[in-house]
Ligand binder design. Structure first.
Ligand SMILES: [Zn+2]
Ligand SMILES: [Zn+2]
Length: 344
């Protein structure tokens, strides 16, 4: 089968022919019908210092946002059969470590598998995943839309930490997941959503998806603008998708006392927050990281929201193209609105 693989520790990727994987006793073999390109896949292809420092074993098949159809099941698989439509959770927990046993299996600390990194991913005609990581979809599920569940789950998990109901939420960075966060925040009852980015097209898109205010951080002072919009009080929650040190410092300053900052963006540099005592400690701010989706609280709520038909899934489809043409998607990655979806 065709697979897009990372074979060498340097920029680039290779479209190669490899064996179709054999599902283990507890695994599903899935025919991948649609698979989206995440910013983190682009980082793997570019082999940024952040990715290089993770020391992944090479080679591996990239890709982790996908949907597909079950092709075969292992002999102990009980809940899926050939023909079922499925999506997949990217994290593969051990099931035995302290995190796994205390309701945090999505951040398993015992060699957690990560699709498209430590375990062969979805940029391929077939993928195998454990039964526990599979999410059953409706029989008429739209594969392109359902390949976006994984990143949408990340946006939802960030909001589950921020608890946006009745609150003012700032979404810093409205790439695809940031856009999803704007729409979901409103759906979950946020009083006001403030979007910030440096790309006018994305900002306009955020307004159409429910953001109330869009701030271009390139030509507007974010802190002043937010204070103006909130009667000098600041926001209750900040979701940071930028990972940018300057923006994260602004995030601290736009938070009202006791507010929460959720980090989702990758932070490639050391982070310095000056005057931490007065800006963070005495103001009782909460700061949390985020890695993936809660298994499976996030997925349960996500499927309820998606199945309600209230989410504008089309808004997140930037382009759809055959996997062979992945280079076209990479060229346009920073300019398209929404995800580039590959069809293997
Ligand atoms: Zn991703
Ligand atoms: Zn574990």
């Amino acid at each position: 089968m065709k697979a897009l693989r990372k074979q060498k520790p340097m920029p680039g990727a290779d479209l190669v022919d490899i064996q179709i994987p054999e599902p283990g006793e507890h695994e599903l073999l899935i025919k991948v019908k649609a698979t989206a390109i995440c910013k983190s896949d682009v980082e793997v292809i570019e082999w940024t210092p952040l990715v290089a420092s993770a020391n992944y074993d090479l080679p591996f098949t990239m890709g982790h946002e996908f949907s597909g159809e079950v092709e075969a099941v292992g002999k102990f698989v009980k809940n899926f059969k050939k023909g079922d439509r499925v999506a997949g959770e990217t994290h593969i927990p051990c099931g035995y470590c302290r995190e796994c046993r205390t309701d945090n299996q999505h951040i398993c600390t015992n060699h957690m598998g990560v699709l498209g990194r430590t375990v062969d991913g979805s940029f391929a005609e077939y993928i195998k995943i454990p039964e526990i990581s599979a999410i059953k979809l409706a029989d008429d599920a739209n594969f392109e839309h359902m390949s976006l569940l994984e990143p949408m789950g990340t946006a939802l998990h960030a909001l589950q930490k921020a608890e946006p109901s009745g609150k003012i939420v700032a979404v810093l960075g409205v790439g695809t997941i940031g856009l999803m966060a704007c729409e979901l925040a409103k759906l979950l009852g946020a009083f006001k959503v403030i979007a910030m980015d440096v790309n006018e097209k994305r900002l306009a898109h955020s307004l159409s998806l429910g953001a109330d205010i869009a701030i271009n951080g390139l030509n507007t002072d974010l802190v002043k603008a937010v204070m103006n919009e909130t009667n000098g009080q600041g926001v209750d929650c900040v979701l940071d998708f930028t990972g940018n040190v300057k923006v994260i410092n602004q995030a601290i300053d736009i938070l009202a006392p006791t507010g929460i900052l959720v980090h989702i963006g990758m932070v490639p540099e050391s982070l310095t927050i000056s005057n931490y005592m007065y800006r963070v400690v005495y103001r009782e701010l909460k700061i949390t990281g985020l890695y993936g989706r809660h298994m499976f609280k996030t997925w349960e709520t996500l499927m309820r929201l998606v199945n309600s038909g209230k989410i504008n899934m089309d808004a997140y489809v930037g382009m759809v193209l055959p996997m062979d043409e992945y280079e076209k998607a990479l060229e346009q990655f920073n300019t398209i609105n929404g995800r580039a979806i590959l069809i293997p």
